[in-house]
Design a protein around this ligand. Structure first.
Ligand code: NA7
Length: 859
């Protein structure tokens, strides 16, 4: 490719690690490609960020290419965390080895790019005046490459030396004998401050937000740490690709609060000694999700800071208190906190004394004037989107990317965005990127893009572009994941908060690189699901949603699949019951209630039925709801749905009486149905004795328990009592025919399977009896029934029969609230404290009970 050519298959912007590898892949695939690069050499981030102390914060053995196996033999890192000059030399070595520079136009900045929908080409304009036309336009521009414009008044007034860590002079800076200010205490500052302090006459650090930092313990990597890589590099890399953050690590099995104080401290000490970024939040499995767990880590690091920094006031100022550990990118340092013990180093806490202006000679805070010879801005970047929207990119119909992303970036998989065909982003917003080892994420994106381009060529297609549905739902999925964590609570650049006026949305995908890779691969396997592909042979729109399950449900199902448990129906009845008891014991217990009373009441045939009564902590008497547990009429007990009962008790401020009923196969149909009515009658009659409001009860239940509840409401109507004020039916079994689409679509893979459902039915009820409304309440007379809340879940085999029941109740004139829960499964809603995204469904259950019972009490 020569400079005079103006048309290529692919233009790649950026000659950092992403652009370099993309060029390799394009060449290998036989595409003509040009890389445009502002700098005069390769290296990207490592070309620009030359400040003292700049080094990676992922071990170099991990932060290195895997695509050239020989490279792993040819290059040896001198330290655990290589410094910038060594990483830049590595990039240059790769460029030399693969003769990459011949396809790179250095000193060339892309100024704008437009899509031509007639020619199906991008036109790329550069500041050299040379335009390029290409089929595919790939932004390999990095996540932290657009320095934040200084937002401090008077910045350009300062007459002394001004430096930005992000664009450091190539021949270095000598601070000897100088009075130096560093503004900012992010990673760049934390790395550079000790080295600047070693030279400067005086160093003043202006800190707005302290960060969490642990010692990097840099030096040669230990044989022990390197051993797994050397033993089998391919397996090691493969593990990295499947891991959460792109580095092989054991997944912690415990939460921070599950171990003793001593054990927790010992593990944190080990983390502090190990000096690895991912270890900070990777010591326990709930550090980034549970505030209380995170507090234990915060306290530990605070203790370390206080033990190192001698001046207690300075130590306090350095202790981060306004964000959880890991919700802003934590740092690895070498002597950072120790530096504040030096007599010529001063920390100015801007939270107490903000900067009012930068002056000709220094910095004025609200209460003090400082004079400096040099100011170092370590103020960060317009992260993840800055470099992308920094170029005027115009897609189809004149829409610019800046306009499209005005409320925050919208991408499919962080790779592409609708309206901008053939525009790819490497590690774009919506991909794991900055939450991961960038090398692993870069290689995965480059490979995916290269494969997509080959796919287009092989299928005589010109363009690829995500559908709006696919990208909207991807953004939603990513946000839902983020909302399961503490990450969105911090004022971080992950959230765009550091740049004034930037929309505040969580930018990277927080589901982990392994899971993300599986997702990207699945998109391809499902014929580029969520993409429209177009070419001379026609347009193929494969609209769809790649991840419909709520993220916590997805994680739960993945965990269960990994456990490889045998199907319940193969365990035998006793085995299944034991299994259900054991798995229930592993669930969070649910909220505290005022009182729990265990007792028995007479069933339909006089058999004593256990019940557990949950009384709210508020003053009574309270109205009463009768709750029937799930378990397919075969499994479960009065205590097996404890967490949900506790939740309903507290949130509806009602007594919940969870009552057992006789189980199959020992007592087959209609034992459970008859016991439901007997229990509701007894509880309504004995309400006062139970400390509640007598006369009326509501009924509630889950799954087969919801079947018993629905049948009880019908039987009570037919029997003329007891008075049922309302029915709350969660994923009810309503119809024994099991021939609806959801029975097939969701037959397997979502917790409750049709195999086990059929096993339950067979134990409970003869086929001939299933048409009886006491087995299939959908077939009953629904007129005159009490108001109902029916909750159904998208990925539940029972979804359609629940939906049908809600519709039939409404047709019969019953007041029905029908809540259909997208992304949820049969077992998700009862999992109080474990499944966060179904909280609204539990809240709806409690609200419904409250309203039925209060209405009844006031009647
Ligand atoms: P960061 O982590 O964004 O740090 C920037 C720092 O500058 C941070 O402490 C900011 O405080 C501070 N800052 C920014 N603007 C101001 C103003 N106006 N006044 C005072 N202080 C300010 O960037 P880095 O370059 O250190 O690190 C970026 C990443 O590169 C790093 O995480 C690694 O992944 C590599 P704030 O926290 O906003 O209050």
């Amino acid at each position: 490719m020569t400079e005079s050519s103006s048309e290529v298959d692919v233009v790649i912007v950026g000659a950092g690690f992403a652009g370099m590898y993309e060029l390799v892949r394009m060449r290998r695939a036989g595409f003509s490609a040009i890389v445009l690069e502002t700098a005069d050499d390769v290296g990207g981030t490592w070309y620009w960020n030359r400040y003292p102390g700049a080094r990676c914060d992922i071990l170099s053995v991990d932060y290195s290419y895997s695509w050239d196996p020989d490279l792993q033999q040819e290059w040896t890192w001198s330290e655990r965390y290589a410094a910038q000059p060594e990483i830049l030399r590595y990039a240059q070595f790769v460029a030399d080895k693969h003769d990459l520079r011949r396809d790179v136009r250095f000193n060339t900045r892309v100024t704008s790019a437009e899509w031509n929908d007639d020619t199906h080409r991008w036109v790329i304009h550069t500041d050299t005046g040379d335009d390029l036309t290409c089929r595919h336009y790939i932004m390999a521009t990095g996540c932290l490459s657009m320095p934040k414009v200084p937002d401090i008044e008077g910045t350009d007034r300062f007459g002394g030396e001004v430096y930005f860590t992000s664009t450091w002079p190539h021949d270095g800076v000598d601070f000897t004998g100088k009075r130096v200010a560093v503004i900012g205490t992010g990673s760049s500052a934390v790395q550079s401050i000790p080295l600047i302090a070693a030279e400067a006459d005086q160093l003043t650090v202006f800190q707005r937000t302290p960060n969490f930092s642990i010692p990097a313990r840099n030096g040669p990597i230990s044989d022990e740490r390197l051993a797994p890589f050397l033993a089998d590099p391919d397996a090691y890399r493969d593990e990295a690709r499947r891991s959460a953050a792109g580095v092989p690590r054991e997944t912690p099995l415990e939460g921070a609060l599950m171990v003793s104080d001593e054990e927790r401290t010992a593990r944190y000490e080990a983390m502090w000694e190990a000096g690895e970024l991912l270890g900070i939040t990777g010591t326990f499995n709930d550090t980034l999700a549970n505030a209380e767990s995170n507090d234990t880590l915060r306290d530990f690091i605070h203790g370390k800071i206080r033990s190192i920094v001698k001046d207690p006031e300075v130590a306090e100022a350095l202790c981060p208190t306004n964000h959880y550990v890991g919700t802003k990118r934590a740092c690895l340092d070498t002597n950072y906190y120790e530096t504040y013990n030096l007599p010529h180093v001063r920390l100015v806490d801007l939270r107490k004394d903000p900067i009012s202006t930068i002056t000709e000679t220094g910095v004025d805070t609200e209460s003090e004037s400082f004079e400096f010879d040099a100011i170092v801005f370590a103020t960060g970047f317009d992260a993840m989107t800055g470099a992308i929207v920094g170029v005027d990119i115009t897609g189809r119909d004149g829409l610019t990317l800046k306009e499209k992303w005005a409320e925050g970036p919208v991408t499919y998989l962080g790779l592409m965005t609708a309206g901008f065909p053939n525009l790819f982003m490497i590690t774009g917003p919506g991909s794991p990127s900055v939450l991961s080892n960038m090398m692993v994420s870069i290689e995965q994106h480059v490979d995916w893009i290269a494969d997509a381009l080959v796919h287009l060529r092989e299928n005589d297609l010109d363009t690829i572009e995500p559908t709006e549905l696919a990208e909207t739902r991807w953004v939603q999925h990513s946000n839902e994941f983020a909302d399961l964590t503490l990450m969105p609570t911090a004022n971080s650049w992950y959230m765009g908060v550091n740049v004034p006026g930037k929309p505040q949305v969580f930018l990277p995908y927080p589901g982990g690189v392994g899971r993300y890779r599986v997702t990207c691969d699945e998109v391809v396997e499902r014929d580029y699901l969520g993409f429209a592909l177009d070419g001379p042979s026609g347009r193929i729109v494969n609209d769809g949603i790649i991840r419909e399950l709520a993220p916590d449900v997805q994680v739960m199902l993945e965990t269960m699949a990994e456990m490889g448990l045998p199907p319940i129906e193969t365990m035998g009845v006793d085995g299944a019951r034991e299994f259900m008891t054991a798995s229930g014991a592993m669930m969070p217990p649910g909220p505290d209630v005022g009182e729990i009373v265990d007792g028995t009441l007479p069933g339909a045939d006089g058999t004593p039925l256990e019940y557990r009564l949950f009384r709210p902590p508020t003053d009574g008497p309270h109205p009463i709801a009768v709750y029937f547990h799930g378990g397919g009429w075969v499994l479960g007990s009065a205590t097996s749905d404890d967490p949900l009962c506790r939740y309903l008790c507290v949130h509806s401020n009602s007594i919940i009486v969870s009552v057992n009923y006789r189980h199959a196969p020992e007592a087959r149909f209609p034992a459970a149905a008859d016991d439901g009515l007997a229990a509701a009658t007894w509880i309504a009659d004995h309400g006062e004795e139970l400390g509640g409001i007598p006369g009326q009860v509501a009924v509630a239940g889950w799954s087969a328990g919801a079947n018993v509840a629905a049948v009880t409401a019908q039987q009570a109507k037919l029997a003329g009592g007891p008075a049922i004020s309302g029915q709350v039916l969660l994923c009810p079994v309503t119809d024994g025919t099991t021939e609806r689409p959801s029975h097939t679509e969701n037959a397997d893979g979502y917790g409750l399977t049709m195999a086990v459902m059929n096993w339950f039915w067979d134990h409970y009820c003869d086929r001939d009896d299933r048409a009886d409304p006491k087995a299939s309440p959908l077939l009953g007379d629904l007129t005159g029934l009490p108001p109902a809340l029916v909750i159904t879940c998208q990925f539940d085999p029972l979804r359609d029969e629940g939906d049908a029941y809600a519709a039939a109740l409404a047709d019969a004139g019953v007041s029905v609230q029908h809540l259909q829960c997208p992304g949820q499964t049969h077992t998700a809603v009862p999992a109080v404290g474990a499944m966060i995204t179904s909280e609204y469904a539990r809240a709806a259950m409690a609200d419904a009970l409250r309203s039925y019972l209060r209405t009844a009490a006031n009647a």
